[in-house]
Write a protein that binds this ligand. Structure first.
Ligand SMILES: Cc1cc2nc3c(=O)[nH]c(=O)nc-3n(C[C@H](O)[C@H](O)[C@H](O)COP(=O)(O)O)c2cc1C
Length: 347
């Protein structure tokens, strides 16, 4: 009996791959890897339908963040990350993925078709990215004061380019401080908006809560003693001031900051940016590097303009990451695939 329907997708085990089952069963198994992808506020805004040897990926806009992400830009990037995880898993198990992005102009929620293509031996990189799926975490704790090897940074830049996006690497101290200032300014604007604080609190839970999505308080670097009151604390102005200071320290104290950019700023570009982000995060995890997000200047429209000016670019910043060496952190919860799987099209 194959273990396809897991309560916790983090428990998926490679040796359970149903090698001799139908493509439909194999794809359902592989979706356990897709849902381990990162997503904004851990909203997991994806739905899948498996039809024969094809997976349809849909945006689940009921999980949108109207304040932090009014255009669903990060929602679509999150789906792009899940799409990349799925492709990595397909390649690892010896199949070439055949992907069509936004295949139906009349259905903007249908983000991709992914077919389990013909057999193809996996490369060493395919295996490494696959192993990184279970290792990768967003790590919001302070990083060590230790430089990241240049060769790894270049490789990450190439990884992002491979997916059609671009990377700006910010290492020099004065530049990091300038970027940290933009982050702090955007943080101040965002956290002074009670609607923003309320939205964040709605997706934040005490770690012992049974929720299969959202952010455990501990994952946000907040102490668990806040207990069930945590989300209330998040809504207060006092918390907001502390958060600005914490983010600035994290930005200044990290050996490298990265800005991921695209040439365009529309759903196709966001989907590609999500794939590029995911390749970068998996490759970084494979190198033993930790990463977390400091996206505030991209989420506040006026600050995004300032950020583009600071970068002296016509391109569109999609994500800001900090990179370095951090202490281990626990995984965040995931919904089982039963909850994200749609039934056949006409049912
Ligand atoms: C598009 C995107 C945007 C994100 N933005 C932020 C962010 O601004 N701040 C943050 O702390 N985490 C951010 N995250 C990280 C998510 O919160 C994280 O992926 C999620 O909680 C699941 O945890 P995990 O990455 O450890 O599996 C983002 C993730 C994605 C994919």
């Amino acid at each position: 009996m194959t273990r396809v329907w897991l309560e916790d997708p983090w428990q998926v085990a490679e040796h359970d791959f149903p090698r001799y089952a139908t493509p439909e069963v194999q794809l359902r198994f592989l979706l356990n890897y897709a849902v381990l992808a990162p997503s904004v506020h851990n909203t997991q805004p994806w739905r899948f339908r498996v039809v024969g040897s094809e997976v349809e990926l849909y945006a689940d806009r009921t999980r949108a963040l109207p304040v932090a992400d009014p255009e669903d830009r990060q929602l679509i990037m999150s789906c792009g990350a899940a799409l990349f995880h799925l492709q990595v898993a397909m390649r690892h198990f010896g199949h070439q993925p055949q992907v069509r992005l936004l295949p139906d102009p009349d259905d903007p929620d249908l983000l991709a078709f992914v077919r389990l293509g013909p057999p193809e031996p996996a490369t060493l990189m395919d295996h490494r990215l696959f192993r990184a799926i279970k290792k990768r975490r967003t790590n919001r704790l302070p990083f060590e004061n230790r430089p990241v090897p240049e060769a790894e940074l270049w490789a990450l830049e190439r990884a992002v380019e491979q997916e059609g996006a671009h990377l700006v690497i910010v290492q020099e101290r004065t530049k990091r401080y300038e970027l940290a200032e933009l982050i702090a300014e955007a943080d101040r604007q965002q956290t002074s908006d009670p609607r923003f604080r309320r939205e964040l609190a709605a997706w934040t839970h005490p770690a012992r809560n049974e929720s299969k999505d959202g952010l455990p308080l501990t994952a946000r670097g907040l102490r668990e003693w806040l207990g069930p009151a945590g989300p209330f604390v998040l809504r207060t102005f006092l918390w907001a001031r502390g958060q600005v200071a914490r983010d600035r320290q994290l930005a200044e104290g990290s050996p490298v900051l990265l800005v991921l950019l695209t040439d365009q700023d529309e759903p196709m570009a966001w989907l590609r940016a999500g794939q590029a982000l995911d390749r970068l995060l998996l490759q970084a995890a494979d190198y033993g590097l930790a990463a977390s997000f400091l996206n505030q200047p991209i989420e506040v429209a006026e600050m995004r303009t300032r950020l583009r000016r600071w970068l002296a670019t016509e391109r569109w910043p999609q994500t800001i990451l900090r990179l370095g060496y951090g202490p281990p952190v626990a995984p965040t919860p995931r919904r089982p695939i039963q909850e994200v799987l749609l039934q056949h099209r006409y049912l």
